[in-house]
Design a protein around this ligand. Structure first.
Ligand code: NDP
Length: 479
């Protein structure tokens, strides 16, 4: 029997019900689960922002040690509930149970990391050039942060926005994607039990208006968004009009360069992981495999053998390596992009539109002889789809790599120190990998891109303080 979960907003410490306006059926098995939720209106947004404003003052009163303790408690509770949370995300978004568990662990570690950062928010004091005066630099909370989070990492991405926000004394009004709202609500319940002031994390749901209502609301001081370029650009414009600080992470068309001297096994591992794990739904996924002629055919043969052996299916089965796409609308989008590539004359070596799969499953797809100027070379395809871009040498590989408006992640597989060093200097991406997949980043290191991939200060690691604090410079003369 199909389970139905009906969600409510959570504002001011209470559930706020409303008519169900959106629903998400389990993309791997629509008979398993349906999640429904209401739409936040402007009045509820205003109430949530006002509660968050009060919570900012309360968080200041609470102090840094209590905030650090609460963040540690959240980390521990996430770990204690990892199996339950992971299963829910698996059923709701089609990601494999192993990926979902890994993500909950990562979210927990993120809270642990920022528990420490709450205590390390240390300023500076130094002499002024004007005799007798001193200069002080301190980092104060920004205030109310609007967090718009996507569905591909329903725990990890909210964690890396909410944990630093609280660490540095901010309150959050959180609007999760309608595709992952039940996972978000389970996470919210854990946040609500951490002993933080009421209003520290307000949660508004919706699909088709709530996000814009939140980012346009008076009283929001900063907006952190992860999602598509089109929506992110709208958010940036809304933020600019209001004079509000904004941070956007918007994806990539990430390239993996494989040179003739690469370790073939490592290169295949990197490509399979980057292109297909998480069903290709990572902003750092590999969609362009840029490969020199001397290794291309051997690589393709080994890659296809590995791809055909991947276990695709029920994401709840721990043996499964690739689950479904996160939603039926995503399958429609990916299918149309693949059909466009086929119509333009590009031939899939595996997968493609001929390889139809049930529900929101999509066949791992590899196109050969992809062209840099084509859709395969330029547009983000947020699914298990990659193109082979054949090149003569390292120089041509770098030209193809940098021929893209996005600039999130890139990688090179080579045993040449010279080429690895050249790649690090010249790759026009925020994240660079050597003999590692384009996807996969640590929680204690800065994350973000260049070009149209990102906007504003970096997320994660110690770099997160830049976005979540306001730097004050104070001059003082004791007379
Ligand atoms: P969107 O980028 O459209 O984001 C949807 C979210 O943004 C929803 O929560 C929505 O809420 C909110 N939103 C929409 N309009 C606004 C606005 N004007 N102001 C503030 N918030 C707004 O992503 P989708 O989920 O539709 O996915 C589409 C594509 O985005 C994917 O195919 C992929 O390419 C990319 N993507 C990238 C991710 C990444 O990691 N970089 C993650 C997920 C998706 P509401 O509708 O209620 O306003």
């Amino acid at each position: 029997m199909t389970e139905t979960i009906r969600l409510a907003h959570h504002v001011g410490g209470r559930a706020v019900d409303g008519a169900m306006t959106f629903s998400q059926a389990s993309p791997s098995n629509p008979d398993d689960l349906v999640v429904e939720g209401p739409e936040a209106d402007a009045a509820l947004v205003a109430e949530a922002v006002a509660n968050a404003r009060s919570a900012v003052d309360a968080l200041d009163q609470v102090g840094i040690e209590a905030r650090a303790d609460a963040l540690s408690r959240i980390g521990r509770t996430l770990l204690a509930n990892a199996d339950r949370l992971a299963l829910l995300a698996t059923r709701e978004t089609g990601k494999t149970i192993n990926d979902a568990k890994g993500e909950v662990v990562r979210a927990a570690r993120t809270f642990d990391f920022f528990a420490g950062e709450a205590l390390r928010n240390i300023g500076e004091r130094f002499a002024s050039t004007r005799p007798g005066a001193m200069v002080e630099v301190d980092y104060a909370p920004v205030g109310v942060v609007a967090a718009i989070t996507p569905w591909n990492f329903p725990f990890a991405i909210p964690a890396w926005k909410i944990a630093p926000a609280i660490a540095f004394g901010n309150a959050v009004v959180w609007k999760p994607s309608e595709i992952a709202s039940a996972s978000a609500d389970a996470f919210r319940a854990i946040l609500a039990e951490a002993g933080l002031p009421v209003g520290t994390v307000e949660m508004l749901l919706g699909a088709g208006g709530a996000g814009a209502a939140l980012t346009g609301a008076d009283g929001v001081d900063a907006i952190s968004f992860t999602g598509s370029v089109a929506t992110g650009n709208r958010v940036v414009r809304a933020a600019a009009e209001k004079g509000v600080r904004a941070q956007m992470e918007m994806g990539g068309v990430n390239g993996l360069i494989i040179l003739d001297d690469a370790n073939l096994d490592v290169a295949v591992d990197c490509a399979i992981n980057g292109a297909y794990f998480n069903a290709g739904q990572r902003c750092t996924a590999t969609s362009r495999i840029i490969i020199t002629d001397g290794i291309a055919d051997r690589f393709i043969a080994a890659f296809i053998e590995r791809a055909k052996a991947l276990k695709i299916g029920d994401p709840r089965d721990p043996q499964t390596q690739i689950g479904s796409l996160a939603a039926f609308k995503q399958k429609t989008l990916i299918a149309s992009q693949v059909e466009q590539a086929e119509a333009a004359g590009f031939k899939p070596l595996i997968g493609g539109s001929a390889d139809a799969r049930p529900h929101a499953f999509f066949a791992p797809t590899l196109f050969d002889n992809a062209a840099p100027a084509s859709l395969l070379g330029q547009e983000e395809i947020f699914g298990p789809v990659a193109g082979i871009f054949r090149v003569r040498d390292f120089e041509e590989a770098m030209t193809v790599l940098n021929n893209n408006r996005y600039g999130l992640s890139s990688s090179i597989c080579t045993r040449s120190l010279v080429h690895a060093e050249q790649f690090k200097r010249r790759a026009r991406t925020g994240m660079r990998m050597v003999n590692m997949p384009t996807a996969g980043a640590d929680y204690h290191a800065p994350f973000g891109g260049v070009g149209i991939s990102s906007f504003g200060p970096r997320e994660q690691g110690r770099a997160a303080r830049t976005f979540y604090t306001t730097l004050h410079t104070t001059y003082q003369l004791a007379v």
